[in-house]
Design a protein around this ligand. Sequence first.
Ligand SMILES: [Zn+2]
Length: 88
Amino acid sequence: MKCNQKGCDEVASYRFTWPGNDEDGICENHVGQLIAIASAMGMHLQVIPISEHEKQINDAVVYGQGVLVDGKHLPVTEVAKDSEGDES
Ligand SMILES: [Zn+2]
């Protein structure tokens, strides 16, 4: 999982869920901004740090290897569907 911010290529260090949306990832550089936006909107945003193990999985996705997701082995092409709109 990569950071969901436009133009950011960092691997996500945290995951979060906006109400009504799928879980997404955010990097160390953007997490503070994200929390600030949420609190400015009066929302409580749950941000969960991604463990080292999960980071390794993230790296595997980012660097084009297969990956385990929820205990299932998925090819990267399957996982990469997640990151549309990431073309910059
Ligand atoms: Zn970022």
